[in-house]
Every structure is written in C-alpha cells, then in structure tokens.
Design a binder for this molecule. Sequence first.
Ligand code: GDP
Ligand code: MG
Length: 252
Amino acid sequence: MFTSFFIGTAGSGKSTLTKAYSEWLTRNEFNVVLVNLDPGVRRLPYSPDVDIRDYVNLEEVMDKYDLGPNGGLIASIDMMAGFVDDFKEEIEELKPTYVLVDTPGQLELFAFRSTGPLVTTAIGSEESCLVFLMDPLLSRSPSGFVSVLLLSASVQYRFNLPQINVLSKADTLKEEEIDKITEWISEPQKLLNAIDQEASGLRREISINLGEVFTSFGLFNEILPVSSLTFEGVDNLYAVLERIYTDREGLI
Ligand SMILES: Nc1nc2c(ncn2[C@@H]2O[C@H](COP(=O)(O)OP(=O)(O)O)[C@@H](O)[C@H]2O)c(=O)[nH]1
Ligand SMILES: [Mg+2]
C-alpha cells in the first residue's frame, strides 16, 4: 500500500490533483482508494471511497458546540483524531495499491494542529509520501517563491516524511515562467541573484541565509510542474513517487 498525502494552502489545487492523479492511475489499471480528510468541504471533484464527513460533520459540530465556521472547523479537525483507527480499517478493507489522501482546505488546520502528524502516522504506511502543492501565483516572483519554499520546509519539518514539491496549475504559467522556477531549484544561485535584484536590506540578507536552510531540507533537488487540467507532468509525479517508494522499500 502506497499512500500519498496532498497538502498545500487553500485553493492550491489539492482536491483537483487528487482527482486527476487517481484518474491517471485508474487509466493505468492500478487499484486506487480516494480519501477525503476535509470535514468542511461541501463539494468535491471526485467521489471519495473513505470520507471524514461520515465520521465528523462540520454543521453538527457547529450546532452542538455553538461555534462559528472557523471554530467548528478547528474542533472538527481535532475530533478527527478519535476516528483514525476506524478510518485505517476502512481503507485497509478496500485493499488498495495506492491511497490518495486529500487533506483539509486550509493547510494550517491540518499541518499545525496535532491531528495532521497523528493522522499521517496512523493511516500512512511505511510507504508514505507528502505531495506539497506550490501555488503558481506566489511562485512567480523570487521573494514569493522563497515564502513558498519556507512553507514547504515548515511542512517537511513538521511531518518528517519524504516530500515532493509540485508546482501546481502549471497550465496557468507561461513556459518561460516554469523554466525560470525550475532553474531556481536546479541552480539556487540564480534564485539568490534574482532576490539580490528584487529585495533589499534585511529581507535580502535573510533570503540569502535561507538558501542554506533550503539546501539542508533538500528543497533544491526537484520541483514538478503539474497541471490537473491538461495532465501535464502527472506521469512525472508517478515516476518520482515510485522512485521514493522503491527507495524506501530498499531501506526496510
Ligand atoms: N487552470 C487550472 N486550475 C486548477 C488546477 N487545479 C485546480 N484548479 C482550480 O483551482 C481551484 C482550487 O482547486 P482545489 O482543488 O479545490 O484546491 P484545494 O483547496 O487545494 O483543494 C478550483 O477552482 C480548481 O478548478 C489546474 O491544474 N489548472
Ligand atoms: Mg480541497
């Protein structure tokens, strides 16, 4: 069982990529289970096989504890922890080869509360990987891209699992923008040079020091431009995930 957790800021394209990747896997005759972990989502682009909303209902939580939407979401996510065993059982009964987990809309609710790491540990397998979606709009400018890398590093630090960085909605970027961003990853000095031109003072100093931090996180290894609309890069995503899963199996 190979588990991928799709994680990223609100609107970065997690649910849509979960759907696109499952379609790609199904087309290639793999056995896939789709898991929705967002208790507050009203409409999903796919129909989940396992759904947190069957266990925790946001509207009911809001009514029961007299909470607004934000408080209700936080409470719902915290409650999720109580159902991880049932959840795991439901997934395992379906005997999937691939498990795709769509995480809650707001990254911070999942990543920065205790539930996130608890759930990835409980329902993940030895072969688990995080797929971190980078917002294309923010990734276009050098300083915006540094912010995105910081967020990715923060998630990696929090979960301590193998992590792939995906440049999401690649179809919304011009080819030269994709080339520039991939170049920033393969040749970090170019990112630092671009920051040198864009930022000044303390922000510039900090960005340059961050270069070393990103290197130690392995963030300058690879970024995968992927579009759920055109399916560009989805085969690459599969190849990179396979490489990670195979490498891990080799370690066991
Ligand atoms: N053009 C384009 N739009 C996308 C892509 N992926 C997602 N979107 C759109 O971005 C919005 C947010 O996507 P969603 O998957 O709900 O984001 P989530 O909050 O991270 O789950 C929706 O309107 C999607 O249709 C993509 O690859 N290309
Ligand atoms: Mg979503």
